[in-house]
Design a protein around this ligand. Sequence first.
Ligand code: LRH
Ligand code: MN
Length: 396
Amino acid sequence: MTSDQAGRIHRALDGFAIELPSWGFANTGTRFGKFVQPAAASTLEEKFSDAGQVHSLTGACPTLALHASWDLPGGAADGPATLALSRTFGVRPGSINPNLFEAQCYKFGSFGNPDETVRAAAHAHVAGCVAAARAVGSRDISLWFADGSNYPGTANIRQRRDWFVDGLRRSHALLSGDERLLVEYKPFEPAFYHTDIADWGMALLLARAAGPRARVLVDTGHHYQSQNIEQIVAWLLAEGMLGGFHFNDRRYADDDLTLGSIDPYQVFRIFHEIAHFEWETGKRADIAYMIDQSHNLKGKIEAMIQTVTTAMELFAKAAMVDHEKLAGHQTKCSLVEAESCLKDAFSSDVRPVIREWAISKGLPADPMDAFRQSGYLEKITADRGARNMSAITSYA
Ligand code: LRH
Ligand code: MN
């Protein structure tokens, strides 16, 4: 590790921030059940408190993504209380995620529902989220739609596409300042025949149709097995349409496992595409890095600390790539030399430099160990245990 490389890692980490999902601290499960954790967060205060722990230990996650119905049931009226929690726990409100999939009226869709009163209700929910975002100073409205169908012939796909263009234009028209709409795509689940926004191309065309403040959000778990995600990232960068990421990992489908637990090289390749774009263009890509995971078995806070430290390691490795040298090898089609630029960086142990960086910022060298020594988990288990363990429910 040369001092120049160490310096590049320090500068990269100084500019790195990854947003935590409030729902990652709560008791979540699968359709086959939910294993309740006594220490899990359920109130917004508890979610900010836990996020504050992770940020105070890693220095890399200053914002908390909020899900409208779960965290801001009162919409903009919840603004002042939310900002008070933000000040108390040292974490700012992040992206606002409308919930257009849980309410009974969304059985046949939200923006894509054939019933215009349901579409209007969905538009009104997003309008409420824009107002809530403004009330808490959030920039991004992060839209994911479960909309789709389960059987051939049951939906007019082109008609629904038109309704999505209309709905996204209405939502976009409500934005001001540097506010953005992030359009997230997903190939399937909960719909299993067609999903209205199923891939990056559909999300890009709809974001373009919505207006200049709309961008595409890439959830790493929302791709078919063999899709080249970093190629999609490269295209979205080239189109100026990459707005953000939901990072997680998966072996099969949208498994929402902890980042880097299955394929860390995947996240490295994504960070590399962005770092090389920024080197080539001299422009900083305006991207929101966010985590979207559900920790059904691991301790919620430990899983978050593991995720953030892994993201910092992979971001640091990507910062080590010698872009000048790589560009030369690419031009000369020196395949092995070019590939080695990435593999050498990926196989470097950046942890000692990250520890140095952390100490230089007054942060613990080992966040996980510091958390385990802190007694925080024991305290919240005592505070929340009885309530959480009395909330065990069954699926059917
Ligand atoms: C959908 C999704 C979406 C969230 C939800 C919690 O799979 O990725 O981003 O709203 O998970
Ligand atoms: Mn997501």
